[in-house]
Design a protein around this ligand. Structure first.
Ligand code: PEP
Ligand code: MG
Length: 594
């Protein structure tokens, strides 16, 4: 008799709301380990045949993927797989690997690795950006060959209806590649509230629990799993009793949701008449519906790097233009703010960069685009062209001071002039700066004089002000959104914008959390951009409070000396003033003394 697997509960951090019962799909990340062993003379031909069979299998797989890609995205986008097929047919490459097997008496996996790494090294030395980027094709093909040699199936990314993605870490690019229509939930060992995977999960409304530490090693694909972000946990192999309890709860939740589904639109007013604009942050097309559905006033932040993540590499000017036109259409008369690619850091670093020792402090965001001018110019042209038929703005991510802004503005101006001279129609595009690092906060008055608007990226503002990695669950206790240093940074940036006479949108995750949004109003924010599905609850909170009272609380918070003190104060004041709006679970939890 087979024993029922034991129910296991793993605690983490619920970062995207919801409860889901499904089946585990383990997603492994990274290259398989490759071992080296010796092949005797007598076995060399068999080894070469094993390699050729793997090449055949890999080619057949690529052909199938290419056909699927043609059907899903059209012929134009399937061309990358031609490059993979050409590599698998390349006599020199295949011949080199076979020769390595023969001459070094080595197993095929090792030969693939040695020859592949050699070729990758050569590509990494090429000056031409385009050719150098082709290295990722080689890496992809080598990995496919290694999987084919191991006899394993490549990862199945077309998901069953109830797939719960379980992974150690989930890079945003891997998420973007998934068939999100079918992924029911994410559960990862690593990650934090503001990691991009968490943001994306909230954006597309997929429940997620991160920071589970060791759930990945405890699961097998196909296991039953419950992801319960409301209780910050996942339950592996739930017992019959647990299943029953969850099934009853899910029916109740659906009933409650039905009752709460009336949507208001446009700006919201606090009870004492301060008007606040509510915009949407979007990353992928499946979120676009939410802009209208949740009554957003346009798109306050489009994280354009997700466009590349979905395609697994650079995207042509024409395709980008089409994508930005689509966003402008979704945003309507309120317009959309397109952020220049925020690449580097945790975003697609593998596709575009050599590994860096400190990626968050490395060639990220504005530094990346200024160092890869061709990439920036292509994107800027695409935005300018798309702006001819819609309302678009550009925001520059992670600027440190006016020199970053001026360099970017000069490029934008050159491209606009070039397009006009070529007879193309371009739209007028205002340019803003994201304030998300301490240097930008210190220089905010000067930056405000030369840009059209600010966007406060509070996720990075917390990360960089407090020097706490936003995606590292080991330091999650130090990631304190309500730290007085963070509140002072927000306060100073908003005041600098007001002094400079420019608007400021707050677009970090802080704006999506009702209690934090109220504090932002208290600090003087009147324009918030957030995950679309958060808009109704933030709207309800703002409509129910007095801005004047929020200002008084914010002033008290600015005078606190620690994050604990701010959180205690917020809990105490909010519970007293607005008990209906802010039940204890919606307020920062009291800290455990360890
Ligand atoms: C932020 O940092 O708050 C922000 C909006 O940008 P991202 O989360 O994409 O870094
Ligand atoms: Mg940011």
């Amino acid at each position: 008799m087979t024993k029922e697997p034991r129910e296991i509960r793993c605690k983490g951090l619920g970062v995207s709301e919801g409860i889901v019962l499904g089946q585990v799909l383990r997603l492994q990340h990274g290259t398989p380990h490759v071992y080296h062993w010796k092949i005797d003379d007598a076995d060399l031909e068999t080894e070469r045949q094993r390699f050729r069979a793997a090449v055949g299998l890999a080619s057949r797989q690529v052909l199938t993927i290419k056909e699927q890609a043609e059907q899903r995205f059209g012929k134009d986008h399937a061309y990358i797989f031609d490059a993979h097929l050409l590599l698998l047919e390349d006599e020199k490459l295949i011949g080199d690997i076979e020769r390595h097997i023969t001459e070094q008496h080595t197993n095929a996996e090792w030969a693939v690795k040695v020859v592949g790494d050699g070729l990758l090294y050569l590509y990494s030395q090429i000056k031409d950006d385009y050719l150098r980027e082709r290295g990722s094709d080689i890496e992809d093909v080598m990995q496919r060959l290694l999987v084919a040699l191991s006899g394993a199936q490549p990862e199945n990314r077309s998901l069953s209806e109830d797939a719960v993605i379980v992974a150690q870490d989930l890079l945003p690019s891997a998420v973007a590649e998934l068939d999100l229509a079918h992924a029911r939930a994410f559960a990862t060992d690593m990650g934090g509230w503001t990691s991009h995977t968490a943001i994306l999960a909230r954006g597309v409304g997929i429940p997620a629990v991160v920071g589970l530490r060791d759930s990945y090693r405890r699961t097998k694909t196909g296991d039953r799993i419950i992801v319960d972000s409301t209780r910050n946990e996942v339950i592996l192999n739930p017992s019959a009793d647990t299943l029953e309890q969850y099934q009853t709860e899910s029916v109740r939740r659906l009933e409650r949701r039905g009752a709460a589904d009336r949507v208001e639109r446009g700006p919201v007013q606090t009870a004492d008449g301060v008007e606040v604009t509510l915009r949407a942050n979007v990353e992928v097309p499946s979120e676009f519906d939410g802009v209208e559905r949740y009554g957003a006033s346009g798109v306050g932040l489009y994280r354009s790097e997700f466009l590349l993540a979905r395609r697994g590499g650079m995207v042509s000017e024409a395709e980008q233009c089409e994508a930005y036109e689509a966003i402008a259409k979704v945003a309507g008369s309120q317009g959309a703010v397109i952020r220049l690619f925020d690449l580097g850091g945790e975003n697609m670093r593998e596709q575009f960069q050599e590994p860096e020792k400190n990626p968050a402090l490395g060639l990220r965001a504005i530094r990346f685009v200024l160092s890869n001018e061709a990439v920036m110019r292509t994107q800027v042209r695409a935005i300018l062209l798309a702006a001819a038929s819609g309302h678009l703005k550009i925001v520059l991510p992670m600027v440190a001071d006016v020199s970053d802004v001026r360099r970017a503005q000069a490029i934008i101006l050159e491209e606009a002039t070039g397009l006009k001279q070529a007879g193309q129609s371009v739209g007028a595009v205002s340019v803003g700066a994201m304030i998300e690092v301490p240097s930008a906060v210190f220089m905010a008055d000067k930056i405000a004089r030369i840009v059209d608007f600010f966007e406060l990226g509070t996720n990075d503002l917390v990360q960089y002000t407090l020097a706490v990695d936003r995606g590292n669950d080991e330091v999650a206790d130090w990631f304190r959104t309500l730290h007085p240093a963070v509140l002072h940074s927000i306060d100073q940036s908003l005041k600098a914008a007001a002094r400079g006479g420019i608007p400021a949108i707050v677009c970090g995750e802080m704006a999506s959390t009702p209690a934090y949004a109220v504090l932002l109003i208290g600090l003087g924010a009147t324009d918030l951009s957030m995950t679309p599905s958060a808009i109704p609850r933030v709207r309800r909170a703002i409509a129910g409070i007095d801005a004047e009272q929020a200002r008084a609380i914010a002033t008290e918070c600015l005078n606190c000396e620690s994050a604990n003190e701010v959180e205690d104060l917020v809990r105490e004041r909010f519970a007293k003033l607005w008990p209906q709006l802010f039940p204890p679970a919606s307020l920062p939890a009291p800290r455990q003394v360890k």
